[in-house]
Design a protein around this ligand. Structure first.
Ligand code: GTP
Ligand code: SPV
Ligand code: MN
Length: 613
């Protein structure tokens, strides 16, 4: 058995509550060794992972990893938010009683780390000194070295984060046990996996995966699910699957901040890394604060709505990332960045990597190339055109590597929020942008976000479904309470943010091409939104919000046909009337939805009925 005390002493970890927690789980999982890690251990851990074949070299200071082939995305079905209070049951949180889940997970984890090292990862999900720091400390335990390497890139890791806590017990206990991946029955009726957050005990118990949001517990389980629950229980903040960007206007010297939610694999990272289009680059600069999570609160001194990114890195979708779509992402995983690629195609002879959309065609000479499962491309049968990279393959890099990282991203204060946007992959109905100035209508719009699900979750790709606030997979308590809490937090702010719904993914029904070029050009509708907020443009009022007129939108240098443009700036009223019926059914599932949300729904429905255009 591991000498836990010696390992903790060696690391100088003194917090008695953390020590007791580590002792308990080392004993239960039967780990052979215990090792406390800090970010400074990265180089040594990388060397060990390379020596063990857990990582492979992918160029100067770059690494490649492959996950088990049935372990490549989050599992929504196996994810549960448990508490001790049945009133916390919602529609999407898969609520179960804590008293049922804790013993079940302990059974799965008992002895499951025999022969392995249990790594202890003290982490902080906040810029140091932030007002929400008391909710941001955690200690992840994991039996997988590559998980440690990802955590070091995605969060602030070090023993110092758990020493000198005001309350030594106020840290999230985040236990990750991988299990025997080849024998877990993933996706079958005998699925052994469980990804549980026991929210009112601030304990996370994840068993059966070493991939992404199933395994990097600081990120999704703490940063979104646990924090959403804490934010509600304390009445102090929101934790949302939002990107967060700054827009600097060099002409006026003003800075704006926009945050917003798109469902998984629907464009948050790309928007946050956006370069201004060439025609607008002299005037505007976009800076990156966060690409996946934002915590929002009302700042005590200014009374304004503030936001910050609790993460320290990017776990970004590789597919379609290239010099045109996202040069910033490529630079952030360039030579020397210590980035890790997962489940893309790899050539061990040349150490090159490739994914769909990296170049228009895959490498012509297939010699040495392996697909994401490790199978040689050269051995493929004729006609096998399955992707070389998994569609949910990703890159992992720290914020310091992102070329457009905001100068003040690490500041304790966070940034004031001017606008909140929602969007998703919606092939029809949703125009390029529609602005909403009323708080309840904005929250209503978020709650009725409908989009195509993506490969970021197992088995749902392409399904049209509602994804409230892009938080469906991360809901931690009842949706009615969630809506009320959201309204309360934002309403308390002195300057109200403007809301908007955006859509980069409308398609031509005939040939399927995207009507809007997207990527860098997405800055244009956002600039319009800020102008609208400041009364510089008026737009056109429709039953579902304010839409830009063609001449209000700066389209200098955009490649779009007049017909496509007209389409993305128009509302299909009949289609929207039909949508209202679906929305009503969707909202009816939620207990205790605030009356204000229903009123917003009825207002929009009545406006659509009255519309004669
Ligand atoms: P998660 O990390 O899963 O939460 O995803 P995300 O919302 O950060 O998604 P990301 O920005 O990584 O984008 C996912 C996919 O959408 C990538 O394949 C992008 O290339 C593609 N994408 C992003 N923005 C646009 C856009 O404006 N237009 C089009 N057509 N595709 C886009
Ligand atoms: C998502 O799926 O929304 C992600 C990636 O951001 S994961 O960390 O796998 O959840
Ligand atoms: Mn995400």
């Amino acid at each position: 058995m591991a000498d836990v005390e010696a390992a903790l002493d060696h690391a100088g970890l003194k917090n008695p509550q953390v020590r007791e927690y580590v002792r308990y789980w080392a004993d239960l999982t039967g780990a052979e060794r215990v090792e406390v890690v800090s970010a400074a251990d990265d180089a040594r851990l990388i060397a060990e992972a390379l020596a063990e074949g857990e990582l492979e070299p992918a160029g100067d200071g770059l690494y490649y990893s492959r996950s088990y082939h049935k372990d490549t995305a989050r599992s929504e079905e196996r994810t549960i938010v448990a508490t001790n209070d049945p009133k916390d049951k919602g529609v999407y949180n898969n609520w179960r009683p804590a008293s049922e889940m804790t013993p079940l997970l302990e059974d799965r984890m008992r002895g499951a780390s025999a022969g392995k090292t249990m790594y202890v990862i003290p982490y902080l999900m906040a810029p140091p000194g932030n007002a929400l720091e008391p909710y941001a400390t955690g200690v992840q335990l994991t039996d997988t070295r590559t998980v440690v390497l990802h955590m070091i890139r995605m969060s602030r890791v070090g023993v110092e984060y758990v020493e000198n806590l005001e309350d030594p017990n106020q840290f999230v206990r985040a236990v990750h046990v991988t299990g025997d991946l080849e024998n877990l029955g993933q996706g079958t009726p005998d699925d052994e996996r469980y990804f549980v957050t026991v929210a009112d005990e601030r304990t996370i118990l994840h068993y059966g995966s070493s991939y992404g949001g199933n395994a990097l517990l600081g990120k999704i389980a703490h940063g979104l699910r646990q924090a959403a629950y804490d934010g509600w229980a304390s009445g102090k903040f929101l934790a949302e699957q939002y990107m967060l960007i700054g827009i600097h206007d060099k002409e006026t010297g003003k800075d704006y901040h926009i945050c917003g939610g798109f469902p998984s694999a629907s464009g948050k990272t790309n928007l946050a890394m956006m370069l201004a289009p060439d025609a607008l680059g002299d005037r505007y600069h976009v800076s990156f604060y966060g690409d996946d999570i934002a915590w929002l609160w009302v700042d005590e001194t200014s009374g304004k709505l503030y936001g910050m990114n609790p993460e320290y890195g990017v776990f970004g979708v590789a597919k379609d990332t290239n010099e045109t779509t996202n040069p910033t992402a490529l630079a952030s995983v360039g030579p020397g960045t210590q980035a890790i690629f997962t489940n893309i195609a790899y050539n061990p002879t040349t150490n090159e990597v490739w994914w769909e959309g990296r170049t228009p065609e895959p490498p012509a000479d297939v010699t040495g190339w392996l697909d994401w499962k490790g199978n040689p491309i050269a051995d493929r049968e004729a006609g096998d055109d399955s992707p070389w990279a998994h569609p949910n393959s990703r890159f992992t890099t720290t914020l310091d590597n992102v070329p457009n990282i905001a100068a003040d991203y690490n500041a304790a204060t966070g940034v004031p929020i001017d606008a909140i946007i929602f969007g998703g992959r919606t092939r029809d109905r949703e125009p390029l942008i529609r602005a909403i100035t009323d708080l309840a209508e904005g929250v209503y719009d978020g709650l009725t976000l409908g989009a195509e699900a993506t490969f970021a979750a197992e088995g749902v790709d392409g399904q049209l479904r509602y994804d409230p606030m892009s938080n469906r997979p991360f809901m931690a308590y009842g949706e009615g309470d969630y809506a009320a809490h959201y309204l309360n937090i934002v309403r308390a702010a002195k300057d109200q943010p403007i809301f908007a719904h955006v859509n980069w993914f409308q398609r031509d029904p005939e040939d399927g091409h995207f009507l809007w070029p997207g990527y860098r050009d997405n800055l244009r509708p956002l600039l319009w939104l800020l102008q609208l907020k400041h009364g510089e443009v008026k737009g056109r009022q429709t039953p579902v919000g304010i839409i830009p007129t063609e001449d209000e939108l700066n389209l200098e240098g955009v490649d779009i046909s007049a017909e496509d443009l007209q389409k993305i700036l128009t509302i299909d009223v009949d289609r929207w009337r039909q949508e209202m019926g679906f929305r009503e059914e969707h909202l009816q599932q939620f207990d205790g939805l605030p009356e204000e949300i229903w009123e917003a729904h009825r207002r929009v429905a009545a406006a659509l009925d009255a519309d004669e255009s």
